[in-house]
Structures are given as structure tokens and as C-alpha cells.
Design a protein around this ligand. Sequence first.
Ligand SMILES: Nc1ncnc2[nH]cnc12
Ligand SMILES: [Zn+2]
Length: 332
Amino acid sequence: MAFPKAELHLHIEGTLEPELAFALAARNGVTLPYADTEALREAYRFDDLQSFLDLYYALMAVLRTADDFTELADAYLARAAAQGVRHAEIFFDPQAHTVRGVPIGTVVEGLGAALDRAEERYGISTRLIMCFLRDESAESALDTLRAAGPYLDRITGVGLDSAEVGHPPAKFREVYEEAARLGLRRVAHAGEEGPAEYIREALDVLGVERIDHGLRCVEDPELVERLARERVPLTLCPLSNVRLRTIDTLKDHPLREMLAAGLMATVNSDDPSYFGGYVGDNFDAVRDTLSLTPDQLRTLARNSFLASFLDDDEPRRERYLAEVEAYDFHLA
Ligand SMILES: Nc1ncnc2[nH]cnc12
Ligand SMILES: [Zn+2]
């Protein structure tokens, strides 16, 4: 579906399509342990978050130069534009690159080159959010924040991702305090595989403004009531939840119940190359499987802009919201 929308939960490394992975591997002299793109696609069968992360980090070996990151981001922006994305807040994982000897400056400058011309080329405004890997130490996260110092003019906020269970938000209290002092916006993955309690902790200890996923809040009615009352945005990723087996089938996704409870839900793609679709494909899937009404689709589109960090550019947000109001969602 190509109605106007913002995408707020998108790992740029998760947009690496098999064709680009092989092209970059050839260019950089990296040998992939797969015969061809079809064999690689065959490996996209995951039992849980960790089994996905193992492949996701391994494939990053092909990303080496600033140009590689520019190409990666350009490919995403072109696909996103075709699916109606007007604004994208894009995650990247600096530690997954610095550990391989690729400096954070190479990553930020490479991505930045694509984002700088995103508006002109694709009609998409962008923000960049750097994520800390929660299965690495808090010290490593703090080192990463310091290393990002020279690039903070390009970075809007910080996030927290990777293996969730056993790595509660509170582990990163200090680095989030420092991020806040630096004027960075704060989000965190919570309640994807981890318990509802991690969502509370992300809000109360890390001071986050949005929860990435937040799916498991539905297990805690009191938390649902709080999230609705405080209008805390949840960046849901329905196809990701099915592929990572957080839910059995898309029919089991609680999106309708979440909307009915007054939650500020948004729909996003997470790692679209790995999970079977970009954000428009996620919308198509939930519309068809959960029988969403045109009104519900409009609410989700509106939420995506309201939950965005466009509060530094209200005239633009108003323009996007006007596009949403003018769209005929019966056609969606
Ligand atoms: N869905 C996800 N959860 C946690 N970390 C991630 N990194 C990339 N995708 C992720
Ligand atoms: Zn994610």
C-alpha cells in the first residue's frame, strides 16, 4: 500500500538484499558461504531472534566502504518511496561495524551521503538513530557514544537492539543519561522477546519516548492502560514477529486489540530483506489478515507522523498529516 506514511523502526543493515550482498561481496573480495542468492534466501528461516541475528551480523561482512553504506541506504530509500514512505527514521548498529574494523565515521558518512539527497531523489525526509547492542557491555555502548561525538550533527537519537532476554534496559542507564545530556532523543527495543517489565524499565530508567516493538505489553493490562494514557508510541513490526516466531501466525497479532485499547500503534518493517516485506507489504498483510478498516489504516498512518521526531519541523509534519487526511483509504 502506497498511502503516505512514516517508517520509524527500520534497521538499515536489515535492508541488505541478497543481490546487493553478493555484489558487495564480489567488490570487496569477501566470500559468502552460500552458492548464490537463492541459497542465501533459503537460509532465511528463523527459530527466534538469535537465529536471525546470527545471519544478520554475519552478512554485514560485505559492508566495508562508505560507498557500500551509501548504496545500501539508496536501495532502501527507493523501495520505501515506492511504498509511500514520506519520512524515515533509520537505525544503524555502529558496534557491528567497528568490531570488524569499519570506523563509525565511514558508516555515518556513507549513510549520510544517501540521506542528504533523499528528499530530492525520493521525496523522503530522514533521521538517523544509532543503536547500542544490548548483548555487548554498557562500557562498549558508552565508548560508542563517545566515538560518535564528531558525527552528532547527523544523529537524532539513540536506540537499543540485539538479543533482548537477559539484557534489561537498566544495564544502559548511564549511557542513556549521557545521551540525554547530549540532547539526543531516546528509544529502545523492549517487549519483543523480553517481558513486559522491560517496557516499564525502558520508560522509567532510560527515559525513552518510544518503544520499539512493545508487543508483549498486552500481557500486562495495567501497562497497556499506562501506555495508552501517556500516548507512548509502539513501533510494531508484524511480519518480523511472525518470522521470528514471537507469534505463531499473523492472525494472532494483537494490532486490532491494541488500537481498540487506545495505544499509539505504528506499523513498520524492522529488517525487510529478511522478513518478507517492506513497510507497505506489512500494511498489506495486516489489512488483509486482520481485516483492518479504512479508518484504522488512516489512524495508523496518522500515528506514524505523530510518533515521529518531526517535532523539530512542525510545518513539514503538518504537510504530511494533511496528505494523510486527503488520502482515500478505501483505495488502500
Ligand atoms: N528485530 C530486532 N530485534 C532486536 N535487534 C534487532 N536488530 C535488528 N533487528 C532486530
Ligand atoms: Zn528492530
